[in-house]
Ligand binder design. Structure first.
Ligand SMILES: C[S@@+](CC[C@H](N)C(=O)[O-])C[C@H]1O[C@@H](n2cnc3c(N)ncnc32)[C@H](O)[C@@H]1O
Length: 269
């Protein structure tokens, strides 16, 4: 097994050889996932693992895929989506053009959920949805808009609880155990690699969603991400976080107003 000192050595080497900085990630989850990989891949020593990480780019890609947690869902936390649908979209509707950013979008389920809501509010035609992640593999999958058919029952129920009134199956075509979402929905999506650790702001947004990503970061890295979002949000723009995440303890918190009990903040200054 890997001890704490060895974990730090691995983090330093990954940064030195590949420029990926995991030093601001919470250690407990990082350690669990690296240990799992160490076991599955049958390494006998940390040195052996490090050598593979240093010299085999494909193995490093595999490490990134295993270390990042990519669990996601369509209309995850339906009441959050209901609030977006009923309280935020009507405000964004008054704008001539709407820019959204899903930071840490994983395989795109939340991006397609947003496109469906924008379509139903008749706003998709004037929206642009940027969706970013550090894991290229999940981005490739997101671009295809293809999800396992067996998840559709749960997603359809989430959609209904979020206030969706249509037949959810109208949005996709089922084929060989997969659901392919309509390309009308993805026309306004731009998927791209972007790291919240090392990359900067690239546009100004009316709504930024970064849900279930900051829980894997330590306080300092969370603060960096909040600054990045602050620099990327328009005046009176909205920031949406996951259920276990908050802006409350951030230095920027006092410049934002939290809406209801949902994890949505409005930039006030
Ligand atoms: C648990 S998923 C959350 C997906 C989606 N936002 C949701 O709530 O369902 C976390 C995502 O954050 C991404 N991630 C981790 N570190 C990141 C970083 N430094 N910059 C951008 N994305 C990151 C992971 O690759 C993963 O896809």
């Amino acid at each position: 097994m890997i001890n704490d000192r060895e974990l730090e050595v691995l983090i330093n080497e990954v940064f030195e050889y590949h420029g990926f900085d995991f030093s601001g990630y919470s250690r407990a989850s990082l350690k669990r996932r690296i240990e799992r990989l160490y076991q599955i891949d049958g390494f006998k020593s940390l040195g052996e693992m490090l050598s593979k990480i240093r010299t085999e780019p494909e193995y490093f890609k595999h490490l990134i895929e295993e270390v990042t947690v990519n669990v996601t869902e369509m209309f995850r936390d339906p009441l959050f989506y209901k609030t977006l649908r009923e309280e935020i979209l009507p405000i964004l509707a008054t704008k001539p053009f709407i820019r959204l950013w899903h930071a840490g979008c994983s395989s795109g389920e939340e991006v397609y959920s947003m496109a469906i809501m924008l379509r139903e509010a008749n706003l998709l035609h004037k929206s642009l949805i940027y969706a970013t992640d550090i894991n290229q593999q999940v981005l490739d999958s997101a671009k295809k808009g293809i999800f396992p058919l067996q998840t559709m029952k749960q997603y359809s129920e989430n959609y209904r609880l979020s206030g969706g009134k249509k037949d959810f199956s109208d949005y996709y075509t089922a084929n060989y155990g997969f659901a392919k979402f309509s390309s009308d929905l993805s026309e306004k999506m731009v998927f791209s690699e972007h790291s919240l650790v090392s990359d900067g702001s690239f546009n100004e947004f009316d709504l930024i969603l970064c849900r279930n990503v900051l829980i894997y970061f330590d306080k300092e890295l969370q603060e960096r991400a909040f600054e990045l979002f602050d620099n990327s949000l328009s005046k009176l723009g909205y920031l949406a976080l996951g259920t276990k995440e908050t802006l409350k303890f951030s230095l920027l918190g006092k410049r934002y107003k939290q809406l209801n009990k949902e994890k949505i903040w409005k930039k006030m200054e």
